[in-house]
Design a protein around this ligand. Structure first.
Ligand SMILES: Nc1ncnc2c1ncn2[C@@H]1O[C@H](COP(=O)(O)OP(=O)(O)OP(=O)(O)O)[C@@H](O)[C@H]1O
Ligand SMILES: [Mg+2]
Length: 252
């Protein structure tokens, strides 16, 4: 008679996702714009957040970073509940948010743009280290550090915006349409940069994009929002292969 194995070890508890959104409901005053959105994003992954105009993509990022009212549901960072924290507390907790259309101050130099606001709470040494890291990561910005940001191309300005968001050393990066207004060739470069950041830093990134194909090309997983609800959530490759879904919700 075969022996029945006993005392088998219980399966290890899987680590909490770096960012978990659970059944999030958020509103602008009386108007509910998110109706129970959930996402689990592992450390060092890119999640593409897709959807037509008005689907709720920016609202989702605003609700996570504390800019609008969360009615119910939760936001967890590495398992810790950070729902309804104020934006500055979310930043301190390690969430950086690059909002839609956010740009640089063209009259200031590249370095002044990096210094503005973001670095004021740091010690001198930490500030120097953060700037050095930004220049190492973005050599184009190092070459132009004393030039006005007005002299940068659209893609370089987007790089500067992202570099500024990374100065505080976040663990989660919320990017709202980084390709907005960029030429198709440059969009590919920005997507490659996002992928490179994930791979080299282990950042967890939510990438809101109108350019679904470009975003899915580098993302690990994706969700499609429609009228404030998740209508699809899958591996990026599976979403990219679902022509009828992309056509129905994104008009591709
Ligand atoms: N400040 C606001 N006050 C009231 N309603 C808003 C506000 N901002 C957005 N909304 C509404 O919330 C819903 C979701 O908008 P949201 O901006 O999140 O869409 P989006 O997916 O980011 O669209 P887009 O692709 O155009 O950026 C829309 O119905 C929109 O009209
Ligand atoms: Mg938006």
């Amino acid at each position: 008679m075969a022996e029945v194995p006993t005392g088998a070890a219980a399966p290890a508890t899987p680590a909490a996702p770096a960012l978990a959104i659970e059944d999030l409901v958020a509103s602008y005053d009386e108007v509910v714009a998110l109706h129970g959105v959930s996402i689990a994003a592992g450390k060092g992954t890119v999640t593409a957040v897709l959807g037509a105009n008005g689907a709720g993509k920016s609202t989702l990022l605003r609700a996570i970073s504390g800019l609008i009212r969360v009615r119910s549901g939760s936001v967890l960072l590495d398992g810790a509940d950070v729902t309804r924290r104020r934006p500055e507390d979310m930043a301190r907790a390690g969430v950086a948010h690059v909002s839609e259309g956010q740009s640089v101050i063209t009259e200031l130099t590249v370095e002044e743009n990096l210094r503005v606001g973001t670095l004021c709470r740091m010690s001198r040494a930490a500030r120097r280290a953060a700037l050095a890291q930004a220049y190492e990561r973005f050599p184009v910005l190092a070459d132009r550090r004393r030039k006005p940001a007005a002299t940068l191309s659209g893609g370089e300005r987007q790089m500067l915006v992202i570099a500024r968001a990374l100065l505080a050393g976040p663990r989660v990066l919320l990017l709202d349409e980084p390709s907005l207004g960029l030429a198709p060739k440059i969009i590919g470069q920005v997507m490659a940069l996002v992928a490179e950041l994930r791979d080299s830093t282990g950042l967890t990134i939510l990438l809101v994009e109108q350019n679904a194909r470009a975003a899915l090309g580098i993302a690990d997983q994706g969700i499609v929002l429609n009228l404030g609800k998740v209508v699809a959530a899958a591996d990026a490759a599976a979403l990219a292969a679902d022509a009828s879904l992309l056509n129905h919700y994104l008009g591709l």
